[in-house]
Design a protein around this ligand. Structure first.
Ligand code: SAH
Length: 530
């Protein structure tokens, strides 16, 4: 057994990450983040993000990827879209070099593939010149991904046997253009143009002038591979008019050629049942994934706006003492999955061995909490039928008399006093150990809160009464509704609905089965019947 001071020291060493900062051997990783869908990041990219000290990311990078990096990492936004870079390119390179020289693992996340019109080449050259070690991790480029997600295969044996890619960044009418438009018009096969949505008219005229038929099919894919993908189809002759008529904007990939016609048959993405629906997910960042993943797979444009987050408790003394005195307890009681995560986070920082738990009995207030404990291959001795303080206490008491037994209640800093009161009434000696604190989330890590304010949404999903209250505190539901008359609320169950009703709103739908799957099911049938 260690001393309290030793425990204090070990608990304060936040997750010992292996790195060689002392010898100054940092490295810059230019990582292709893929085109938008977070599932298209490479395994290597994911692994590097997981141990980054500094992450510098571009505007076209899906900000949801940032969650793969350690929470303590430094996040730097490396540039706005188009002209006005947040940090000038030169300064950005200096920053990468400086951070690497401090011995840090620097991940430079770039949209698509780093070497495809992304200045990855220039950045790598500068790193080399500065003598900084670097690695370039390819990414799935929008050239093939955005087209694919629009139902357009870039080649097809029956149609063409090659493709050519150019940037539409340059003005095709200028003498200085480095693109041989004449050759491009003549070369057979699919043509792909990145950037240049604003110049599409001149580009198409130029191609026609050099002999490309006006009725060649053209597809333009905006925000490809994401829930807000939009596709515009036309011909070389009329696409510019369509762009104007629909106010179609960048960022988009333009694809020219007969493969565009295959879209009618191969459009697997835009035909998903929730495609184009903007659905807000209000759970904490760590809890959101299950709901978000299911919605994404159904094609929804998911906006994760967590309203609460979990932080360490204000004082660590009680946790430290609890860990040091763990052997004296008969029961360890958990009242939330977050409590389990937070407790074992401290536990494994203090001990290396699950057996240090000893013979302590375990109780969980509900199935989700019990599942979290079971993930550690620990048997949960008691899970009461209903989560009511008296039921929890009597369920434990039914297992064995708690008279004179020592019970640790590992839970949130501010929590309901009923459970400890009930247990004490049965003769138990109860210690309440705050292992985490619930805090209001005010940041907008992924830009979704800004998007909600600017573009609105179709649905807001609520998974607990506290997400309702906290979301309302941050966004004011009445004001949101006024701005978006079509905004609908989806509730996971009666408690959550009650919270909405008390604010004067009736949820449009309530899950029949009060689980995440149940919530997705009702949302899906509401969309399909509506
Ligand atoms: N390195 C990137 C390209 C950077 S240039 C890649 O490999 O994809 C920026 C241009 O890429 C945009 O103007 C647009 O033409 C295209 N682009 C990038 N992501 C896109 C997306 N999700 N959908 C459509 N076009 C995209």
């Amino acid at each position: 057994m260690g001393t309290l001071a030793e425990f204090e020291l070990r608990l304060s060493q936040r997750g010992a990450r292996l790195r060689s900062m002392a010898d100054g051997s940092g490295c810059v990783y230019l990582v292709g983040a893929g085109p938008g869908d977070s599932g298209l990041l490479t395994l290597r990219g994911s692994e590097l993000l997981g141990r980054a000290d500094v992450v510098v990311y571009d505007a076209l990078v899906n900000p949801d990827l940032l969650r793969l990096a350690p929470r303590e990492a430094e996040f730097i936004y490396g540039g706005k879209r188009a002209k006005d870079h947040a940090i000038p390119q030169g300064k950005l390179n200096d920053l990468l070099i400086e951070k690497a020289r401090e011995g840090k693992t620097v991940v430079r996340l770039k949209g698509g593939d780093p070497y495809v019109f992304g200045r990855g080449g220039e950045e790598a050259e500068e790193l080399r010149e500065a003598g900084v070690t670097f690695e370039v991790i390819p990414g799935v480029t929008s050239i093939i991904a955005a087209t694919n997600y629009a139902g357009i295969p870039i080649t097809h044996r029956d149609i063409c046997s090659g493709f050519t890619v150019v940037t539409g960044h340059e003005d095709p009418t200028k003498e200085t253009s480095r693109i041989d438009w004449e050759a491009l018009a003549r070369i057979p096969g699919t043509k792909v143009i990145l950037m240049g949505v604003e110049r599409i008219g001149r580009i198409m005229e130029n191609l026609q002038r050099h002999g490309l038929s006006a009725d060649t099919p053209v597809g333009m894919v905006r925000w490809g591979t994401t829930g807000r993908q939009e596709t515009l189809v036309g011909t070389v002759g009329d696409i510019a008019d369509r762009v104007r008529a629909q106010s179609f904007k960048a960022p988009a990939v333009t694809v020219v050629g007969d493969v565009v016609d295959l879209r009618d048959r191969l459009n697997w993405f835009e035909t998903r049942p929730l495609f184009g629906r903007r659905v807000v997910v209000t759970r904490t960042r760590t809890q959101a994934s299950q709901l978000s993943r299911r919605l994404l797979e159904l094609g929804a444009d998911v906006m994760e706006i967590p309203t609460i987050k979990i932080g360490p408790p204000t004082g660590r003394e009680l946790v430290v003492e609890a860990m040091a005195g763990l052997g004296q307890y008969d029961w360890l009681v958990f009242t939330s999955p977050n409590g389990v995560t937070a407790f074992f986070d401290y536990f494994f920082r203090a001990f290396n061995d699950i057996r240090s738990l000893g013979n302590i009995r375990l109780a969980a207030v509900g199935p989700a909490t019990a599942a979290k404990i079971a993930n550690l291959h620990l048997h949960v001795d008691v899970v009461p039928q209903k989560y009511v303080a008296s039921e929890v206490a009597s369920a434990i008491h039914a297992f064995e008399s708690v008279d004179n037994l020592k019970i640790m209640l590992a839970r949130a800093e501010v929590a309901n006093p009923e459970l400890p009161r009930e247990l004490s009434a049965l003769g138990a000696i109860v210690d309440e150990i705050p292992v985490y604190e619930t805090l209001i989330e005010t940041q907008d890590h992924n830009g979704a809160a800004t998007r909600l304010a600017e573009e609105g949404a179709d649905w807001i999903t609520f998974t607990s009464s506290s997400t309702v209250t906290h979301f309302h505190e941050r966004f004011e539901l009445a004001a949101l509704r006024q701005k978006n008359p079509n905004l609908k609320f989806a509730s996971i169950g009666p408690e959550t609905s009650k919270a909405l009703v008390s604010l004067g709103f009736e949820p449009e739908i309530e899950a029949l089965d009060h689980t995440i799957d149940g919530l997705v099911d009702v949302l899906l049938s509401a969309e399909q019947s509506g």
